[in-house]
Ligand binder design. Structure first.
Ligand SMILES: *Cc1c(COP(=O)(O)O)cnc(C)c1O
Length: 434
């Protein structure tokens, strides 16, 4: 029998149930490979943030969904109906959010490399905030806002120089980073002075994002500490009053049994307690807080169902189980060696004594979904395999490598289920070919 990492999973009659729904029935109704998402879990995850931020930071605080974690129209509808704003990092995400009816005032445009076209487009759509990452961008925003005759609201992305002791690839708050302006080198102060001078830019405050998949409650306290010192310095230096302080995202989720469980409400309470004390000791007005969860909103609301195609036993070496999906629908193991829990969904109570690599169908040796997986030794072609906690950075990172059509996203809503994203067809694959 396998380990279950999320509250919304159950094993019953040798079968895996997700949000009390039979995975076998879902697979036979919608075919595999298939992303399944549970709307109730999604909404509960949103409320952990919106309610705790309100409770501990006050009514001005707001949670923003870092939509790069999972971006399609229905997702934007759900998070905005839960009173979250959204982060976008491209005009593609911006366009999707607009089409879903999200108020542009509630959108924050990130990215370290925005083109003039991106900036002009976002301003033409009345985006609420830019999160400025470099001086070229500040100048372009000033120019296009001037052209339109508005003062564009913005935050500046600061790198507070905090080492999160997490994976290198997701550690973005250190001084040496492609993102933001370091405090340590004086760049943060310099850009603040410049932004204040720009006629068509309305600087509202600062942003930082120190990393992802964080389990250490201390990281947000340390970044709040550094950022509030900076806020106070900018007040002394420029008489600049920070209205908004965005502390970024990144609480971790449980991919495997050994990952710790995080109590988000209690974490937010601890950060808020520190925040209030710190503001009062610095004698500054409390900036209104933003937090930007992505992964922890969507990850455990999703899983992926695959069908096993081949079982390959190389005597004396290794075993492989190949499924009908792969790095095209989940590139995270190939990219960062990310851990996932794998379950034989239609043999969920059988003893797992067959060690194997779970691999995909792409023509690429690195197309591995997970190494060192234990499955039942009866595993064979046609069996249903679930990879858990795939709601974040799977659909949004998927590709058409090998011209494999993208998977649909089926959303569960109590006893109902509906298609939130359709399965791509072969004609979709060639739609841009001339
Ligand atoms: C990716 C990202 C987030 C969200 O991180 P998660 O680990 O998905 O919560 C938040 N803010 C910024 C600026 C990001 O780039």
């Amino acid at each position: 029998m396998s380990n279950l990492v999320c509250d919304n999973l159950k094993i019953h009659n040798n079968e895996l149930y997700f949000a009390d729904r039979s995975t076998k029935e879902l697979a036979s109704k919608y075919k595999t490979p298939l992303y399944v998402m549970d709307e109730n879990t999604l909404r509960q995850n949103c409320r952990k943030y919106t309610e705790s931020l309100k409770k501990y930071f006050g009514n001005g605080a707001k949670a923003l969904f870092a939509s790069k974690a999972c971006s399609f129209k229905r997702m934007y509808e759900i998070v905005s109906s839960e009173n979250m704003g959204v982060d976008v990092v491209s005009v593609g995400e911006l366009y999707t959010a607009l089409k879903a009816g999200v108020n542009p005032e509630d959108m924050y445009f990130h990215s370290n490399s925005k083109t003039d076209e991106d900036i002009e487009y976002a301003i033409s759509k009345n985006i609420g905030y830019f999160v400025i990452d470099n001086i070229e961008e500040l100048d372009a925003i000033n120019r296009y806002a001037g052209k339109k005759g508005i003062k564009q609201k913005a935050l500046i992305r600061i790198t507070p120089g905090i080492d999160t002791h997490t994976y290198e690839a997701v550690n973005t708050g250190k001084v040496d980073s492609k993102f933001g302006f370091p405090i340590e080198t004086g760049a943060g102060e310099f850009i603040t002075g410049e932004a204040i001078k720009r006629e068509n830019v309305d600087l509202k405050g600062f942003h930082c994002h120190v990393g992802s998949q964080l389990f250490d409650s201390d990281v947000f306290v340390r970044s709040a500490d550094t950022m509030l010192n900076f806020v106070s310095d900018m007040k002394n230096k420029f008489n600049f009053e920070t209205e908004i302080l965005d502390l970024g995202g990144g609480y971790g989720v449980r991919y495997v049994e050994s990952d710790p469980y995080i109590d988000i409400e209690d974490n937010i309470r601890q950060v808020a307690e520190f925040y209030k004390k710190k503001c009062s000791s610095l004698g500054i007005k409390e900036p209104s807080v933003r937090m930007e969860p992505g992964r922890s909103i969507v990850a455990d609301a999703g899983l992926t169902l695959y069908t096993a195609n081949t079982v390959k036993i190389i005597d004396g070496y290794k075993n492989y189980v190949a499924v009908d999906g792969g790095m095209c629908d989940n590139p995270r193991f190939a990219l960062y060696g990310s851990a996932y829990t794998v379950i034989a969904a239609d043999k969920a109570e059988e003893k797992c004594d067959f060690p194997c690599s779970l691999v995909g169908r792409c023509c690429e040796s690195g197309d591995i979904l997970q190494e060192n997986v234990m499955l039942p030794s009866s595993i064979k072609r046609g069996d249903l395999i679930a990879v858990l906690t795939t709601g974040a950075y799977n659909y949004s990172m998927s590709s058409n490598y090998n011209r494999i059509p993208k998977l649909p996203v089926v959303m569960l809503d109590g006893n109902d289920d509906y298609i939130a994203v359709k399965r791509e067809t072969l004609d979709d694959i060639i739609r841009n070919d001339v």
